[in-house]
Design a protein around this ligand. Structure first.
Ligand code: ASC
Length: 111
């Protein structure tokens, strides 16, 4: 997730030149991977080590799912923005998606 979202971030933040095709390709992967945390942290996965996952993922499933749904929603918008071939649109959607990443990490990921 970090690899592919990071490649979009590098364009959004001007660290690499904007490449509209690469933005779409990476946004497609991000939008697909966004659906995985819910399955990836399913029953029994709290026993997996090493992990930075907080116990609250399993004890507060409804809240965790809410965060995942926000990620799914924003990453779908990120893909739509990438497909407009417009860097400003990409920047806005990247920021909104990054906020959902951060909110979930703050709540559910250890340092
Ligand atoms: C990234 C990345 C994250 C998010 C987060 C957003 O590129 O790896 O975990 O963005 O930093 O605040």
């Amino acid at each position: 997730m970090g690899q592919h979202f990071g490649r979009i971030g590098a364009m959004a933040n001007g660290r690499v030149p904007y490449d509209a095709k690469a933005a779409v390709e990476n946004a497609e992967i991000v939008a697909e991977m966004a659906k995985l945390p819910w399955a990836g942290f399913g029953p029994g996965t709290d026993k997996v080590t090493p992990s930075r996952a907080k116990a609250e993922i399993w004890s507060e499933q409804a809240k965790f799912k809410e965060h995942n749904e926000k990620l799914v929603g924003e990453s779908a918008k990120l893909l739509a923005a990438a497909k407009t071939n417009n860097l400003d649109n990409l920047k806005v959607a990247f920021g909104a998606t990054a906020n959902t990443c951060k909110a979930c990490h703050d709540a559910f990921r250890k340092e």
